[in-house]
Ligand binder design. Structure first.
Ligand SMILES: Cc1ncc(COP(=O)(O)O)c(C=O)c1O
Length: 211
């Protein structure tokens, strides 16, 4: 099951490549997500979504989707590329696995292509076996560039949050702009996650027009 809009390559993988291997995906638009409990069946294995999504920056309630999905015996897989682990950690809200295009914020210097998957060992171990045999093993040079990048991830993303908020606020005030879709991360301290793992991520999906 795939919720909302997703990166074009992912859409092709789910819609064109995987069906040839007998793996079918049902697509729900962001507006249809409340139908999820009715659409889940005992054949559903994974519910997948990006939050914020690419390209519309839709926000999904990870904890609520996880509750429905787990009731149906399926796993939740979240693409957290746009949020980054600095702004959101889906595992803290019940998701089973999280993926990232490390080519984006994790890499941050436009000099590498990589991906990452995070989750509990029992789910990652079989993925490592597939990765080895399918050739998705990161080259050592790229891995060392990524390790360099991740050291500065927190300061880069915090600076980008400030800069992007300034741009979004400017646009929201602009007389020729009617709507700004800019999901702003809430101002939570990381410790609150640890104290209350059920705390939901707070996002403000749209900037209000002030005039
Ligand atoms: C949300 C999201 N996930 C995954 C990808 C794929 O990333 P990569 O180019 O690193 O394979 C992209 C690329 O734009 C993306 O936007």
């Amino acid at each position: 099951m795939c919720l909302g809009d997703v990166y074009g390559g992912t859409f092709e993988l789910l819609g064109e490549n995987l069906p040839r291997l007998g793996i079918e995906t049902t697509f729900l638009t962001a507006g249809e997500t409340d139908q999820l409990p009715d659409v889940l069946t005992d054949r559903t294995r994974i519910v997948f979504f990006e939050t914020p999504s690419n390209p519309d920056l839709d926000i999904f309630d990870i904890a609520a989707i996880t509750a429905h999905t787990h009731k149906a015996g399926a796993l939740v897989l979240v693409d957290n590329t746009f949020a980054t682990p600095v702004n959101q950690n889906p595992l803290h809200h019940g998701a089973d696995l999280v993926i990232h295009s490390a080519t984006k914020y994790l890499g941050g210097h436009s000099d590498l292509t990589a991906g990452a998957v995070a989750g509990p060992a029992e789910l990652l171990t079989p993925i490592a076996g597939w990765r080895k045999n399918l050739g998705q093993v990161i080259a050592p040079e790229i891995a060392s560039l990524l390790a360099r990048s991740i050291r500065t991830l927190v300061v880069r993303v915090r600076a980008q949050n400030v800069a992007a908020t300034a741009v979004a606020e400017y646009l929201a005030e602009h007389p020729r702009v009617t709507q700004v879709n800019y999901p702003r991360p809430g101002q939570r301290r990381p410790s609150r996650h640890r104290q209350n793992p059920d705390a939901r991520p707070r996002w403000h999906a749209q900037l209000p027009r002030r005039r």
